[in-house]
Design a protein around this ligand. Structure first.
Ligand code: HT9
Ligand code: FE2
Length: 385
């Protein structure tokens, strides 16, 4: 690991005040065949996803007995967080887990947090980047759950969503190791010439452009700029570690949905593999930088669909690991929490971040990542914050 990726971590006597707890906020996924349809109904409520796409995505889940790995991965992450907190003097800080689309549901978890007497909590979403789906929608979910609990006569805690962590060394470092491991797994004769295909979830180009000012970030907004920053960091670290100076890389997309006439970010990973094969690329490592764990988008869209495409082309591919429950990621979450806590106590902090963009904001700007139908979102622009 190059020095540049070494975290500057102040682990001496971490202080979580004013926070009483951490909430891990995730997407949720089905855990058996009977869960699949209700799960998809939860995901797509009011979101206008074509019926055909839903049937297709349902099939992806049924291929795996209706079980998404995401919940189990979050349980592992919870274990890793509790272990890390205990090892760093934060063992009295409880860690809770709630999801947007499946049990344990966010509202139920927030009710439990309220009943346990917690008044102010930090929230880590399992999405590292800006965008409506990856950031604001989670803040809307928080605001909605808080409003529901108030209707029940409860006094829910104040919630602070932790900043985007795409460029945190604890997120980038494990992915660099993953790429090096994948390169090592490729046949000797293609290793040096292997391309890197960094992949993330495609989103509508309109959503990308409003994910952070186009004036500051160019086309694709903060969403694309943040992914490019991470891709460049990983490509640089891999270059340093392998000594291969001119390994080509590109940011590509996967898991497109929505109506075909609406433009989404391109190219798709499968089209990209085909193009690379046409250009004579000897091998490709697919690097899913857009995701925090090996959930269904990784297992189906990359390991199943894109890998089948590569096999059909006769193109050797490997897919590198996501951070999952890596202890370095757990440590990064602790740092994000301790850093934000200090900042909320009025201390000057030096937020840890790699790359060209610098640390992301703690509070999203008012009206950022707008939805088609604006809703309150916990954070800067929320009446519930
Ligand atoms: C940016 C982004 C992330 C990364 C950030 C983050 O992690 O939050 C993400 C993650 C995930 N997306 C997931 C699943 C689904 N996403 C869908 C639909 C959509 N995703 C979108 C974007 C994103 N999605 C968008 C713009 C849509 C279109 C409709 C809409 O605007 O809502 C649909 C409906 C069918 C379909 O259209 O594919 C499903 C089933 C799962 C769970 C996987 C599992 O079960 O293991 C995870 C982690
Ligand atoms: Fe999604």
């Amino acid at each position: 690991m190059p020095d540049q990726l070494d975290a500057v971590i102040d682990t001496a006597a971490p202080d979580a005040a004013p926070y009483d707890a951490l909430l891990l906020l995730s997407f949720g996924g089905p855990e058996g065949p009977d869960d699949v349809v209700p799960f998809l109904q939860n995901v797509t409520r009011g979101r206008g996803i074509p019926e055909e796409r839903l049937k297709e995505v349902g099939q992806h889940y049924f291929l795996f007995d209706g079980i998404s790995p995401i919940n189990e991965q979050n349980r592992h992450l919870l274990d890793a967080l509790r272990k890390d907190f205990a090892a760093h003097g934060l063992d009295s800080l409880p860690v809770y887990w709630g999801n947007r689309n499946w049990a344990p549901y966010l509202t139920d978890t927030l009710r439990e947090i309220t009943r346990d007497g917690h008044r102010r909590i930090a929230v880590l979403a399992t999405s590292a980047y800006a965008s409506y789906s990856g950031c604001r929608q989670y803040r809307e979910n928080l605001a909605e759950s808080i409003a529901l609990l108030k209707e029940e006569g409860l006094t829910p805690p104040r919630v602070d969503k932790l900043r985007h962590y795409f460029n945190h060394p604890g997120f980038v470092g494990p992915m660099v190791d993953g790429v090096l491991k994948s390169l090592a797994e490729l046949p000797d004769e293609v290793r040096a010439g292997a391309h890197l295909a960094f992949t993330t979830h495609s989103i509508p180009t309109a959503a990308a452009d409003t994910s952070g000012p186009v004036e500051a970030h160019g086309e694709g907004g903060a969403y694309v700029a943040q992914h490019l920053d991470v891709a460049r960091l990983i490509a640089d670290a891999v270059r340093e570690a392998t000594g291969v100076a001119d390994r080509p890389w590109q940011l590509v997309y996967q898991s497109r949905s929505g109506a075909p006439h609406i433009p989404w970010l391109e190219p798709d990973i499968c089209d990209h593999l085909e193009a690379l094969h046409g250009e004579g690329a000897p091998a490709v490592v697919m690097v899913p930088i857009g995701f925090v764990s090996d959930h269904m988008e990784v297992l189906y869209d990359l390991d199943t669909e894109a890998s089948a495409k590569a096999a059909e082309l006769g193109l050797p591919v490997a897919r590198s690991a996501t951070v999952g429950a890596d202890p370095r990621f757990a440590a990064a979450v602790r740092e994000l929490l301790v850093e934000r806590a200090a900042s909320e106590r009025g201390r000057t902090v030096r937020p840890c971040a790699l790359g060209a963009l610098g640390p992301s904001h703690d509070l999203c700007p008012v009206g950022c990542c707008p939805a088609r139908a604006p809703k309150p979102a916990a954070g800067a622009d929320s009446p519930y914050a």
